[in-house]
Design a protein around this ligand. Sequence first.
Ligand code: ZN
Length: 254
Amino acid sequence: MIRPYVLSETNWKHLKDAKVDLAVLPWGATEAHNYHLPYATDVIEGTAIAEESARIAWESGTRIIVLPTIHFGVNTGQSDIYLDMNLNPSTQAAILRDILTVLSRQGIYKFVLLNSHGGNNWKAIIRELGLQFPEMFLCVCEWVNILDRNRYFEEPGDHADEMETSLILHLAPQWVLPKSEWGKGREKKNRIQAFRDGWAWTERPWSQISEDTGVGNPHGATSEKGAAFFRDICSSVAGLFMELGDMDRDDLYK
Ligand SMILES: [Zn+2]
C-alpha cells in the first residue's frame, strides 16, 4: 500500500494538490555494529521510527511528509574501521542547507531532523541554519534519549548493544547473524577521570575502545524487547509530530 506521508512511495498525482506542514528528515550512518548487526542499523532504526510515528500523526490529521533517510553520518572516530563511511559535519551542514532551501521555497516551514546516530551533532548546525532560514521552524529529535532504557533492557550500552540488537531483531531479523556470532561489546574506558565523568570530551578512536566495534553487551536482546521499545518510542515521537503540526511558532512560549 502506498503511504502518502512517505515521499519515497507517494506520487505527483497525490502531491500536486497536497499541502504539507511538517517535513521529517531521518539521518543515520553506515558503520559496523558489533559483528552481528547490519551496517545500515542506524538507517533502519531511524527510517522505521520516522515512518511509524508519521503514520500515527497522519492518521490524526497532521499534514506530514517523511523525506528519504540520509544513510551516511559523521564517523570521524572510525576512520580505520573497514567501510565505515564518513560525512564531515561541514558536509552535513551543506546538505541540510540545500534541503531546507527546497522546503522553504515550497512553503514547508516546519522541519524536524530525526537523528539516529550518536556521531551526528546537530545543535551547532541548526543554530547556524536557523539564522539563514528565519521563516522556518527547525528542530532536532534524538530518539535514543526519549525512554529510560533500564525499564526495557538489562545491560547498558550505546552502540550495537542490547537495545539496538533488540530493535533490529524486531525490524530486520533477516540481517542479524546468529547469536553464536555476537561479540561481547566490551568497552575500554579512558584512563583520565574527567573523560569518564563526561565533563571533558575527546573523540573516541573506536578501534582502541572496542574489539568487536560494539559498546554494550547485546546478549539479553530479543525481538519482543525490541517491539515494546519501538512501540513506545514511536508513540512519543508521534506525539511530537502532532504537536509540531498544530504549533503556532509565534505562540510557542507561555
Ligand atoms: Zn547504531
